[in-house]
Ligand binder design. Structure first.
Ligand SMILES: NC(=O)c1ccc[n+]([C@@H]2O[C@H](COP(=O)([O-])OP(=O)(O)OC[C@H]3O[C@@H](n4cnc5c(N)ncnc54)[C@H](O)[C@@H]3O)[C@@H](O)[C@H]2O)c1
Length: 337
């Protein structure tokens, strides 16, 4: 089977994220080598990918222009690192989140790769200076942090090392666009990158509000799922501000004082333990008992298919079918106040 894109991609680590990246790259028409140190992991990853692609095809949700069989034929497994990276143009590392292990892998890659391949890590938390400093090929290194699982959630945060060449960032950005992802560029590293910083800001205020007895855990979640989240799935917070008034300047004029007043009432960073943790844990467990069977059945992004996965799956479909104008109409200023 001929790939529709020139260049070979290597995925290192065939766990949850590696499998999903493999499907994304094959969906984009790239030949993919899936490398792991455990042969059994590769075997089960290939079985999973084959089954998943067929199911996605059946439900009309398969990405890309090639059919499932053709996409699957672009993927091969490999347990020899040198063979895997031979001729590669892009390497996406997806091994467990352990600094020493990842440093070891990038150290091994540094010795065998060419000067034009891009070395990319899926790390959620490790900063590029921790991962890549001292590597001979540091200019070619970048973090491309996906959201779990990248097949269903397109955002990818691109985080450079201070010595990463701008062309590495640009090429990675272009590649991500080509395979249907939604890349964003950070100009420098920062703890939590951007997605988790936003997520933690929301989580910490949610925690404080429940802890202070202002609202129940279930109602707090409704504020997001039936309120803010409805909007933010389509329009980000900054564009929301712009549309929520006669432009951004007008928004700031109107709401600056109020925002600052409310923000000054925010409490300290919670410790996420103790009585409040117990209260929230109990409330969440009433809805979904915290055992593997119930959690797997409800997870949108877990290792097994869950009922909420269908919702996550259909969101991109919805988003592309709602034109920008329709979105603006749906979120008119008066609806946002
Ligand atoms: N799971 C998430 O929600 C999520 C989201 C975004 C990013 N990430 C990041 O993606 C990376 C992978 O996470 P995951 O959840 O897929 O982990 P995982 O445990 O599911 O998979 C890790 C895989 O790496 C393999 N592996 C271990 N040592 C190896 C080595 N030396 N060489 C090659 N392969 C090796 C394992 O056999 C396994 O198949 C982590 O850095 C994680 O932080 C995870």
């Amino acid at each position: 089977m001929e790939p529709t894109q020139a260049g070979q991609v290597v995925v290192i680590g065939s766990g949850l994220i590696g499998r999903s990246w493999t499907m994304v790259f094959a969906g984009g028409g790239f030949r993919v080598k899936l490398y792991d140190i455990v042969q059994q992991q590769i075997t089960s990853a290939l079985e999973y990918i084959s089954k998943e692609m067929k199911e996605l095809e059946k439900s009309g949700m398969l990405k890309g222009t090639l059919n499932a069989e053709k996409q699957f034929s672009l993927i091969s497994g490999c347990t020899d690192l040198k063979t895997a990276v031979d001729g590669a143009m892009f390497i996406q590392e997806c091994t467990p989140e352990k600094l020493e292990l990842k440093k070891k892998i990038f150290g091994q890659l540094d010795l065998i790769v060419s000067n034009d391949v891009i070395l990319s890590s899926s790390t959620s938390t490790l900063l590029p200076t921790k991962l890549f400093t001292g590597l001979k090929h540091v200019k070619q290194c970048i973090v491309a942090h996906p959201v779990n699982p990248p097949y269903y959630v397109p955002l990818v945060e691109l985080v450079p090392h201070p010595e990463t060449e701008p062309s590495t960032v640009d090429k990675t950005h272009a590649l991500m666009k080509k395979i249907g992802q939604s890349p964003v560029k950070l100009t420098k590293e920062i703890d939590g990158f951007v997605l988790n910083r936003l997520q933690y800001a929301v989580i910490s205020e949610a925690w404080r509000l429940v802890g202070e007895g202002v609202i129940s855990p279930a109602d707090l979640d409704l504020v997001m799922s039936d309120g803010l989240g409805m909007r933010y799935a389509f329009i980000g917070p900054l564009e929301t501000m712009h549309l929520n008034a006669e432009g951004m300047t007008n928004y700031c004029e109107r709401y600056r004082e109020g925002m600052i007043h409310v923000l000054k009432t925010f409490g300290p960073v919670p410790d996420f333990s103790g009585e409040i943790e117990q209260q929230i844990s109990q409330a969440m467990s009433e809805k979904t008992p915290a055992d593997p069977e119930h959690l797997n059945a409800s997870q949108s992004t877990g290792r097994k298919s869950g009922r909420r996965r269908d919702i996550v799956l259909s969101l991109p479909h919805w988003k592309t079918h709602l034109s920008r104008d329709t979105r603006r109409l749906l979120w008119r200023r008066e609806d946002l106040l």
